[in-house]
Write a protein that binds this ligand. Structure first.
Ligand SMILES: C[S@@+](CC[C@H](N)C(=O)[O-])C[C@H]1O[C@@H](n2cnc3c(N)ncnc32)[C@H](O)[C@@H]1O
Length: 206
């Protein structure tokens, strides 16, 4: 698969990835990670977790990798990894590896898949999830693509019901989030600083 380091893109093959994973007790996968701040932060707080950020935006991932490859005393995290891929075409190396999948403040294609309850969500979860995986999403309810209604907890639960069931997940929480509950991502920080825009959170468990 294509990983992004501070020097640019390179290939990490299955054997190298297996060796890397074997050093950690569990794996977080953050889809649509953007600048990758959340997996880096999680990796720093949990040194027994491999935290993987995935995005199709290679430029953003290179900035993420630059931060992660700093010395730990300067904000780095040797247990953070950045993979260039789109959610719809995930590399086979990532099959069944994720104990926790997060999607925070998605936009564009990823947001449309969620709001429409597209069956591709089932494929994505099926591809990434370990047997007892957890799945968490947080949406900015006020940034909606053309042609979609503003989501609320009930509508997100309803649209994801079928793909979640197909992938073997059950919903454990669907609710509005107060701004102080925003996940610690860059976009979460922007929204909190903004005008108290509404966030919808959904959690599910396999
Ligand atoms: C608003 S940013 C949020 C970034 C980060 N999660 C945060 O909260 O700061 C949305 C990200 O989703 C990514 N994205 C959108 N569609 C995607 C897709 N189909 N596959 C992978 N990444 C996608 C974009 O490249 C962008 O980095």
């Amino acid at each position: 698969m294509e990983i992004i380091t501070r020097r640019g893109a390179r290939t990490m093959d299955q054997a190298e990835f297996d060796e890397l994973r074997s050093r950690y007790a569990s794996t977080l996968v953050d889809l649509g990670t953007g600048d990758g701040a959340w997996p880096r932060r999680f990796a720093r707080e949990h040194d027994n977790v491999l935290a993987i950020g995935i995005d199709s935006d290679r430029k953003a991932l290179q900035e993420a990798a630059k931060m992660a490859e700093r010395k730990p005393a300067r904000g780095g995290a040797p247990n953070a990894l950045y993979v260039a891929a789109s959610a719809e075409t995930l590399p086979p190396e990532l099959h069944s590896i994720a104990d926790w999948i997060t999607i925070y403040f998605p936009w564009a294609a990823l947001l449309r898949l969620i709001l429409s309850g597209d069956e591709q969500i089932a494929d994505i979860l099926d591809a990434l999830s370990a047997p007892r995986a957890r799945f968490s999403i947080v949406l900015n309810a006020e940034a909606v693509p053309d042609g979609f209604e503003q989501p609320d907890p009930a509508s997100v639960r309803k649209s994801l019901k079928a793909p979640l069931e197909t992938a073997g997940f059950r919903v454990t929480r669907a609710e509005w989030l107060a701004s102080e509950q925003a996940p610690p991502t860059t976009w979460g920080g922007r929204l909190v600083k903004g005008s108290g825009r509404a966030m919808v959170a959904l959690d599910a468990q396999r």
